[in-house]
Design a protein around this ligand. Structure first.
Ligand SMILES: [Zn+2]
Length: 371
C-alpha cells in the first residue's frame, strides 16, 4: 500500500501476532472478545503507523524521502532515504514521531472528558475499560518508551544528534550505539524475568545499534569511494555448462568462496557459494550442471557505483556477494563482506597511526570480534 510516496509494508509475523491475540481472547471470551482484541491491536498499530508518518513528514520538510514504512509485531520502522546531515534536523525528525502520539493522546483526552470523563478505577475491570482510555494509555506509553535513549530508538537518535554537536557523526554513532546496546542488555535481562516481548525489543535494539554503527563507520571511511576500489578482480567464474565437479576443483584451487556463473556473453546468471556447493553435492551427482543448483537473482552493480550504496544493497539482499559489472554488463569481480571488513581495518590502522593493532570490532552476536 502506498501513501504519499511511502510504501507501507506489513511484516508477515504481524499477522501471526493478530491471529495469536485473537485466538487467546477467543478461548477466554468467545468471538466478541476475539474481535474486540483484534480491533484493539489494529488501533494500537494505527497509532504506530501515524507515529512513523510523523518521522516521514518531518524528514520531508528537510527534503528527505521515506520510501518505506514496515510494520513489525514490536512496532514500526520508517526507512529514510538518508539521515539528515544537521544534528538539529535529526532531532526534529526523531521527535516528530513521539509528537504525533502526544497529539493523539491530547485528542483522546479531549474526547474522554467530553463524553463523561474517566470511569472510576474500581468501577470496571481492565478488559472492559473504555477503548479510548486504553488507547490513551497506549499512546502515553509509546511516547515514554520511544524517548528512552536506546539508539536506534527515537530517544537514542536525539542522543546521537546531541553527541554529534561535539564530535564526528561516526564517533557520535559509535557512542550512542554502545549506550543503546547496554540498555538492550538490561531490557533482555528484565525480559527474561518478566515479559518475553521485552526480549524481542532488546534484540531489535541490540542488532539495530550494531548495524547502524557499522554503517556509520563504513560511511566515514568510504565517502567518495567507488565499488571498483575494493572489488576483487580476477575472481574465477563458472560457465553455465560447468558441473559440480568443476566447482569443487575451483574451490580447492583458489581461496574464493563464492563463484559467479556467467553465460557465453559474460553476463552473470547466478552465484554458487561454497555452502550451496556442499549442499548440492549431498543431494546430486558430481556431474550435475551448476546452473541447476545456483542461486538466481544475484544483485548486479556497475563498477562506478558509490561504495556506500553497494554496501547498503549487500546488507539488504540475502546474497553473499554482489556481482560487479563493467559498462558492457560483463562480470568483472565480486563485492563481498570480507573486502569491506578489510577496508575498514586498513582505514582504521591508517587513522590510528602509531597504534595499528587497535581495531574497534563491531560487536557480533557471539561477543567475539569480527576482524
Ligand atoms: Zn519513532
Amino acid at each position: 500500500m502506498r501513501v504519499a510516496g511511502t510504501e507501507l509494508r506489513v511484516h508477515g509475523t504481524f499477522l501471526v501476532l493478530l491471529a495469536w491475540v485473537g485466538l487467546a481472547r477467543w478461548r477466554e471470551a468467545g468471538w466478541l472478545g476475539a474481535l474486540e482484541a483484534v480491533v484493539f491491536v489494529c488501533l494500537i498499530f494505527g497509532c504506530v503507523v501515524l507515529h512513523e508518518f510523523g518521522h516521514a513528514l518531518a524528514a520531508r520538510r528537510f527534503g528527505i524521502a521515506t520510501p518505506q514504512i514496515t510494520l513489525l509485531p514490536i512496532g514500526g520502522v520508517a526507512l529514510l532515504e538518508r539521515i539528515p546531515e544537521k544534528p538539529v534536523q535529526e532531532v526534529c525528525v526523531a521527535l516528530a514521531g513521539p509528537a504525533v502520539n502526544v497529539l493523539i493522546a491530547a485528542l483522546l483526552m479531549g474526547w474522554i472528558s467530553l463524553t463523561g470523563g474517566f470511569p472510576g478505577v474500581d468501577a470496571v475491570s481492565p478488559p472492559t475499560v473504555d477503548l479510548p482510555v486504553r488507547l490513551l494509555g497506549v499512546n502515553v506509553w509509546l511516547v515514554l518508551f520511544n524517548l528512552i535513549p536506546a539508539f536506534p530508538m527515537d530517544g537514542g537518535r536525539v542522543l546521537r544528534a546531541l553527541l554529534a554537536l561535539g564530535t564526528t557523526h561516526n564517533r557520535a554513532t559509535q557512542i550512542a550505539a554502545g549506550i543503546g546496546q547496554f540498555i538492550a542488555v538490561v531490557f533482555g535481562v528484565l525480559g527474561l524475568l518478566s515479559n518475553p516481548m521485552l526480549i524481542l525489543i532488546a534484540l531489535f535494539i541490540y542488532f539495530g545499534a550494531a548495524s547502524e554503527a557499522t554503517l556509520a563507520q563504513v560511511r566515514a571511511v568510504s565517502s567518495g569511494l567507488r565499488v571498483d576500489a575494493v572489488t576483487v578482480t580476477g575472481a574465477q567464474s563458472l560457465r553455465m555448462g560447468s558441473t559440480l565437479d568443476d566447482a569443487v576443483e575451483l574451490l580447492l584451487r583458489t581461496s574464493q568462496k563464492d563463484f559467479p556463473v556467467v553465460d557465453d556473453s559474460g553476463a552473470v546468471q547466478g552465484l554458487l557459494s561454497a555452502g550451496d556447493l556442499i549442499l548440492a553435492l549431498r543431494r546430486s551427482p558430481p556431474q550435475t550442471p551448476v546452473c541447476e543448483v545456483m542461486r538466481l537473482g544475484i544483485p548486479c552493480v556497475p563498477q562506478s557505483m558509490l561504495f556506500e550504496s553497494a554496501f547498503r544493497l549487500l546488507q539488504e539482499s540475502n546474497s553473499p556477494a554482489l556481482a560487479v559489472l563493467d559498462e558492457q554488463n560483463r562480470f568483472v569481480g565480486l563485492f563481498t563482506p570480507e573486502n569491506i571488513g578489510e577496508l575498514l581495518m586498513v582505514e582504521d590502522a591508517l587513522a590510528s597511526g602509531s597504534n595499528p593493532s587497535h581495531f574497534p570490532h563491531p560487536a557480533s552476536p557471539l561477543g567475539k570480534g569480527t576482524a
